[in-house]
Design a binder for this molecule. Structure first.
Ligand SMILES: [Zn+2]
Ligand SMILES: [Zn+2]
Length: 334
């Protein structure tokens, strides 16, 4: 039997449950959870904001742990090995997306906390290919958030072919944004942080921002018109989309990874400057491995606050209150 913290309703607390996960699949890996990051998506899913939550709900999709069992068909992983599991727990491996290396775009992709139980538990399972080895130089305690939040903001740098001479801006200095600043800086870019909180300036600069602009200042966006190759939006809230498109260079892209309800922007500025607005879901398997190696090479890690997993309700409240600096990680204490 697995033990987990489950919410029985959108408003309920997490309580301990036990469940039988059934036989381990042929290509599955069972992971003992040592740490699990808490992502804003865990909160959105718990509240059923995306209308796809099944209760009892066990969140947790930023797992760092160790392999404890391998399905019959699994090769290349060993019991005891350090691994992580992120938003995706499986994909079909047969469709065009999977076969061209975009497993994260698989139409039948399985989410670790969607219709199944995630990492707020003593153990979790995932398809072997999506069970990502943690390399030397990356510590288990703080790498959980890399598997969802980290991958989500690393992927756009690679997908948009951002060069080291590029200029990148990050909207929002939170769970995602604070990692995006570190990645963009190590990538070689000139990095600008946009935030509604002027008190985050000092920290944003420590994380790699060369410039800091308060978005409460209406002239701030105008002062960087035509500047950026990519503006990475990491916030969940609606924005003044046209104002951000205006900060892009011709050919630039406003890349959305925060889950705002909708994007509304004027077409003409996009057309005249051949600018684009797009989005992406986390990243592929190979991208996850590249990101971990990049983190080891550049000593990049999320800034975390740890809670014992038994204090999960306090941890979720801390996140819901907007107090996380910058990522909450649960440490298994069964
Ligand atoms: Zn997430
Ligand atoms: Zn597929």
């Amino acid at each position: 039997m697995f033990k987990a913290y489950a919410a029985s309703s959108a408003k309920g607390d997490f309580d301990v449950i036990e469940f039988d996960p059934g036989p381990l699949g042929y290509d599955e890996v069972e992971v003992a959870v040592e740490y699990c990051g808490v992502c804003h998506s865990d909160l959105s899913m718990k509240r059923n904001e995306w209308w796809m939550t099944k209760y009892p709900f066990v969140g947790g999709h930023e797992v760092a742990g160790r392999v404890v069992a391998l399905g019959e068909g699994v090769e290349g992983l060993e019991v005891g090995q350090r691994v992580g599991v992120g938003w995706t727990s499986a994909s079909c491996m047969r469709c065009d997306q999977c076969q061209s290396g975009y497993q994260n775009r698989c139409p039948s992709v399985e989410g670790t906390i969607v219709g199944r139980h995630g990492g707020f538990a003593d153990r979790v399972r995932a398809q072997a290919a999506w069970t990502i080895p943690i390399p030397e130089g990356v510590d288990s305690v703080d790498c959980g958030p890399l598997f969802c939040g980290g991958l989500t903001v690393f992927n756009p740098l690679a997908e948009n072919h951002i060069s080291p001479t590029g200029r990148v801006a990050v909207i929002g200095i939170g769970g995602l944004g604070h990692m995006a600043l570190q990645f963009a800086n190590a990538w070689g870019c000139e990095v600008t942080a946009f935030s509604t909180s002027p008190d985050k300036e000092e920290e944003a600069r420590k994380m790699g921002a060369h410039h800091f602009l308060s978005t409460r200042d209406s002239d701030a966006l105008q002062s960087v018109a035509g500047k950026f190759d990519m503006v990475l939006d990491t916030v969940n809230a609606p924005l003044d989309w046209d104002a951000y498109v205006n900060t892009l260079r011709p050919g630039g892209k406003l890349h959305v990874v925060g889950a705002a309800p909708k994007v509304e922007a004027k077409v003409f500025p996009l057309l005249m400057g051949q600018k684009s607005i797009g989005a992406s879901p986390t990243g592929s398997i190979v991208r996850a491995k590249e990101m971990l190696e990049f983190c080891a090479r550049h000593e990049i890690k999320p800034l975390i606050e740890t809670f014992p997993m038994s204090k999960i309700n306090d941890a979720m409240q801390h996140l819901a209150d907007g107090k996380a600096r910058y990522r909450v990680v649960l440490e298994a204490d069964w």
